[in-house]
Ligand binder design. Structure first.
Ligand code: NAD
Length: 336
């Protein structure tokens, strides 16, 4: 039987998780939750997704002519796994509900690691969530860092890593955050991103800083890593070229900036023009002695989506990590 997945919170991440899960042959979306009858509730209904709402919201949905399948509690009861995509810090209140119903649940990076005690990344620690009732898929930035740092650590043993993150100010569909014209340094140092990497790979010595920039498309991470041995730039490029969910791009091919990375994503014709892979500029990778420098771009709306699918398989003990990564990739049109 297919794993029954309920998606709680149908925003930037939730709607993408619902689409990605519905493309797998070993799991199905049994419902999503919406609190208000917005255009997204209408597109979800048009896509055939059963919509569950808080009891007090039923009249508003009926008035808007959107069919309601039941309450949020009904969806929790019907699911094997709930992927909780509610805004950060809403998770704790739902965790109690999932616990009471005896259901498995995945939380997102806006929640604290302590909520679940285990955090997830497909390449770095797939097996840590094996059979677990609760796990947490780390944030978009942390997912990006783990994709490449976990491989570098395995191959060359990382001595330390310093990362500067230039963060997007808001998601493209958002109008509530900024800055809309400026650069805003995160002054509380070091930023939480490095700490979050350690929630998955505790032994990595990493420090991060971040600057919010007036862009919505992607984050860029400028990474400096001291490796345990001297290697050539070509060797590192070869490692990145073979890495799962990592894509090499080149300014020589006309990809000089994040807007061109997203133009490539549109050309690939994926759902919502998503770039699931972490994009590394091949001509911006350089090793000097034992120190490696590179830039990578993170599509914040998309990179955690395949990880949520893999996390479901790990928690339900469906298959090993590399098999799950390959299966998810195939279903989502990711090359490797
Ligand atoms: P969002 O605001 O786009 O979506 C959240 C959804 O939850 C909305 O549909 C909202 O109506 C709904 N919601 C709000 N309160 C609710 C409640 N009490 N019960 C049920 N539904 C409720 O948020 P998002 O960007 O999708 O973020 C969701 C989570 O994913 C957060 O933990 C966030 O940190 C994490 N995350 C976000 C991004 C990103 O760049 N957007 C990337 C990675 C991880």
């Amino acid at each position: 039987a297919k794993i029954k997945v309920g998606v709680n919170g149908y925003g930037t991440i939730g709607k993408r998780v619902a689409t990605a899960v519905s493309k797998q042959d070993d799991m199905e979306v049994i419902g999503i939750t919406k609190t208000r009858p917005t255009f997204e509730a209408k597109t979800a209904a048009a896509a055939g997704l059963p919509i569950y709402v808080p009891a007090e919201s039923i009249p508003a949905f009926e008035k808007a002519g959107i069919a309601v399948a039941g309450t949020v509690d009904d969806m929790i009861a019907a699911a094997d796994v709930i992927v909780d995509c509610t805004p950060g810090n809403v998770g704790p209140e739902y965790k109690e509900k999932y616990q009471k119903a005896g259901k498995k649940a995945i939380f997102q990076g806006g929640e604290e690691h302590g909520l679940t005690g285990v955090s997830f990344n497909s390449t770095a620690n797939y097996k840590d969530s094996w059979g677990m009732q609760f796990s947490r898929v780390v944030s978009c930035n942390t997912t990006g860092l783990l994709r490449t740092l976990s491989l570098l650590d395995k191959a060359y043993k990382i001595q330390n890593a310093y990362v500067t993150i230039v963060r997007r100010a808001a998601d493209p569909g958002d109008s509530k955050t900024g800055p809309v014209n400026g650069l805003e340094p995160s002054v509380s140092l070091p930023t939480h991103h490095g700490v979050d990497v350690k929630s998955v790979l505790p032994w990595i010595d990493i420090t991060t800083m971040a600057i919010k920039a007036s862009t919505t498309l992607m984050h860029i991470q400028a990474v400096v890593v001291k490796l345990g041995k001297e290697v050539s730039t070509d060797e590192v490029l070869d490692l990145f070229a073979k890495a799962p969910r990592v894509r090499l791009v080149s300014s020589k091919d006309g990809i000089k900036s994040t807007n061109q990375v997203m133009e490539l994503a549109r050309e690939l014709g994926r759902d919502r023009s998503d770039m699931y892979e972490i994009c590394i500029w091949s001509d911006g990778v350089k090793v000097v002695g034992d120190t490696l420098y590179y830039y990578q771009a993170v599509h914040q709306e998309a990179d955690v989506i395949p990880e949520n699918v893999d996390c479901i398989r790990s928690m339900c003990k469906l298959m090993e990590g590399p098999e799950s990564v390959a299966k998810t990739n195939k279903a989502l049109g990711i090359d490797h």
